[in-house]
Design a protein around this ligand. Structure first.
Ligand code: FES
Length: 386
């Protein structure tokens, strides 16, 4: 009995014959497995264990009724040639857009310098090259994916097909033949005897990992000292972010919180990068709340006004949530919590060290200014951090 003969003898709604649509038969795994295993016959004869499993399967088939598959629903493109052509054009359009995206990426990569002038939009500080590379790659990947999904959902066959699972184990003869072939191959290669070939092969394979490692150098120049320095230096005014106004010490109320950047940061070569490192937060505490300051940090505040890096020492998220009552600064990414009265010591979360503090003073006009750069690198720990 063949697999396709089975449906006519079990025509109880479990099997749908779609010959009119040129389809193959559709059935459930239970139907075909029993029929085919019996038709094959060989496994039953080979081992008693197989026979036991088979009879258990037969018993299950008699105890449980196979609910079968629901009736097949045809898509419009299955029955209407015009609709199918329309879907085909849509898929081709998506693939065409993907090609355009790839071309855009290639042109942007070669034709536009990474530091070319930004446009007047909200992403103005991101270089034009970066935008076009992202746009091209995004368009290419999105459209090819969307086209493939659309193709699969509207035009590719959607029949449910049940197949008999084949035994995984090869026959004893095949297994023995494979082992013999491997031994013969090893003997023929003569790796044990031909030491020159073996050693030169090892010599060729050993450095091959470098092929993957050396191109990593193209990830960019080493950071040098740039991770240890920020745009802060002695005498630089604290400018409110984003208003960009200098801050008079007398204007900051107790409990006041101001996000700040160093004066003149927009004139630096890479202002976005510099701002990411130098961003800081100013908080004014009542003098009594500063009594737990470390002795060597006495005098780093101005009348209770303290300033800390806003770059989380865990993995660099902005620490911008200040809890007025407890004087805790919270990082929203993984909930690291820093205790401001105790020099932003970590009291909760995965951060490994306190937020770096910026020493403050005032200039002749009473504006808050930095007394020096941060005395340690800001942000997450890294391998060269001293
Ligand atoms: Fe701040 Fe993880 S980045 S807790």
């Amino acid at each position: 009995m063949s697999e396709h003969d089975e449906p006519s003898s079990v025509d109880d709604g479990r099997i749908h014959d779609d010959d009119s649509a040129g389809r193959t038969s559709v059935g459930s795994a239970n139907d075909t497995s029993n029929a085919d295993l019996q038709a094959a016959g060989g496994h039953d004869d080979e081992a008693p264990a197989e026979t036991g499993r088979h009879s258990a399967g037969t018993e299950l088939a008699t105890r449980f009724v196979d609910p079968g598959l629901p009736a097949h629903t045809y898509r419009r493109s299955d029955i209407d040639e015009k609709a199918a052509k329309r879907r085909e054009r849509e898929v081709a359009t998506l693939f065409g857009l993907s090609t355009l995206g790839t071309l855009l990426f290639i042109v942007a990569y070669f034709a536009i310098k990474p530091q070319s002038s930004p446009g007047p939009d909200v992403l103005g500080d991101v270089s034009l090259s970066t935008k076009l590379l992202g746009l091209g790659m995004g368009l290419a990947l999105f459209c090819v994916g969307a086209g493939a999904i659309h193709w699969a959902k509207t035009l590719m066959p959607d029949d449910e097909i049940a197949a008999v699972r084949k035994p995984m184990r090869s026959s004893d003869e095949d297994r023995a033949a494979a082992v013999a072939a491997m031994k013969e191959g090893a003997a023929g290669a003569g790796l044990g005897r031909r030491k020159l070939i073996r050693n030169s092969l090892l010599g060729a394979m050993a450095p091959m990992g470098l092929l993957a490692i050396i191109p990593l150098r193209d990830l960019g120049p080493l950071p040098g000292n740039s991770l240890n320095e920020t745009a802060w230096s002695a005498g630089k005014r604290l400018m409110s972010d984003p208003a960009g106004r200098p801050i008079k010490a007398s204007e900051v109320p107790i409990g006041g919180v101001i996000h700040v950047l160093p004066e003149g940061i927009e004139d630096l070569p890479n202002p976005l990068n510099e701002a990411a490192k130098a961003t800081a937060i100013v908080i004014r505490l009542a003098p009594r709340d500063l009594r737990d300051q470390q002795p060597d940090r006495k005098g780093w505040d101005v009348s209770g006004i303290v300033c800390y890096s806003k770059v989380c020492t865990h993995v660099g998220c902005p620490v911008g949530l200040y809890e007025h009552e407890t004087h805790h600064l919270l990082c929203p990414c993984h909930q690291s919590t820093f205790d401001v009265p105790r020099n932003c010591a970590v009291i909760f979360g995965p951060a490994a060290r306190p937020l770096p503090q910026l020493k403050l003073t005032t200039d002749d006009e009473g504006y808050l200014v930095a007394a020096q750069d941060f005395d340690e690198p800001v942000g997450p720990s890294f391998w060269e951090r001293g």
